[in-house]
Ligand binder design. Structure first.
Ligand code: PEP
Ligand code: MG
Length: 310
């Protein structure tokens, strides 16, 4: 194994022995997409569409949405882009949905749950995404946020396919979805682990609260063990499982995630090169050793140290 970052990245995400792990970017607006393309991202692992709705008093029309999505997709013609459907609620309340006041917004009607009551909002967004995919030439997949069960995943996948979009996936950011990853993957084409929310819900620790930030450390063995379950399900089904939370931006952790069976990493544009270089500096066996050591560690600090020594 080589020390993290010691290797130049050639722009293709893979370990030193050629095991492919795509290095993708998280984007929200056209400027992010341009920055991600310039940074050398191989595609987009998370396009947060709620940013197109934030200032809207009314639901944007299909045509308005389509134009907003095309502007983000354009730099990625011919490349993979995962568009996430609206993740409203909790820390992202959207005025046009006229949200109810809830005592526990993080546990309330957020993410895909909004669509169960208002499937028309989802269907119009899917129509806009399908149109934007065709116009931009990007290789578009769609995924839902805050899915808790395989049943919800199947409901979502059916609507995506009805909209004529080729690939449907879901985020794994609720612990129940990680624990049933096999059944969830049977219902969809791929999953993407959102470590920001998965940590928040696993440790019952508000992701926005500095006082509990230590619990939301992505090196926590409790989080890594859930990710390991998802990686095993991905291997068993032969379907992709990415990571698109902040954890993917840590070059050392990227090796651990690859070793757990994660097939792509999606991050802010600024981290793309360092993560690509870190993967290129380790073999898959190195990554698997680091993963086993981190998962078995008793604390987050021990996981960091163990992964370094592996
Ligand atoms: C996550 O929860 O890890 C994630 C990528 O989604 P968001 O940060 O938009 O909630
Ligand atoms: Mg999330």
């Amino acid at each position: 194994a080589t020390a993290g970052g010691a290797v130049e990245w050639d722009g293709t995400g893979r370990t030193s022995d050629g095991h492919m792990v795509k290095v993708l970017a998280n984007v929200g607006a056209p400027a992010d997409a341009r920055a991600a393309a310039e940074a050398g991202a191989e595609g987009v692992g998370l396009f947060r569409t709620e940013f197109s709705y934030l200032d809207a008093d009314d639901e944007p029309s299909v045509e308005q949405q389509r134009a907003a999505y095309v502007a983000v997709l354009e730099p990625f013609r011919g490349k993979p882009v995962i568009v996430r459907t609206l993740d409203a609620g909790a820390d992202k309340p959207l005025a046009f949905l006229d949200p109810d006041v809830e005592p526990n917004p993080a546990l309330g009607v957020r993410g895909v749950r909004v669509a169960f009551d208002r499937p028309g909002v989802l269907d119009r967004q899917l129509e806009a995404i399908a149109g934007a995919a065709a116009e931009s030439g990007a290789d578009v997949s769609v995924m839902a946020p805050m899915v808790a069960t395989a049943e919800e995943a199947a409901w979502f996948a059916e609507r995506v396919r009805a909209a004529g979009i080729a690939r449907a996936g879901v985020m794994i950011e609720v612990p129940a979805a990680a624990l049933t990853a096999r059944e969830v993957l049977d219902a969809v084409d791929f999953v993407s682990i959102g470590t920001n929310d998965l940590a928040q819900y696993t440790f019952a620790a508000d992701r926005q609260l500095g006082a509990v930030a230590k619990l939301n450390d992505p090196w926590q063995p409790g989080l890594l063990r859930l990710i390991a379950l998802v990686g095993e399900a991905a291997k068993a089904t032969g379907k992709p499982a990415g990571v698109c939370g902040e954890a993917a931006a840590d070059p050392r952790l990227a090796r651990v995630l690859a070793g757990l069976g994660v097939t792509s990493l999606s991050m802010n544009a600024a981290s793309v090169r360092a993560v690509g270089a870190s993967l290129a500096g380790a073999s898959l066996a190195d990554c698997e050793r680091a993963a086993q050591a981190a998962v078995a560690a008793p604390t987050a600090a021990d996981a960091r140290t163990a992964a370094k020594g592996a």
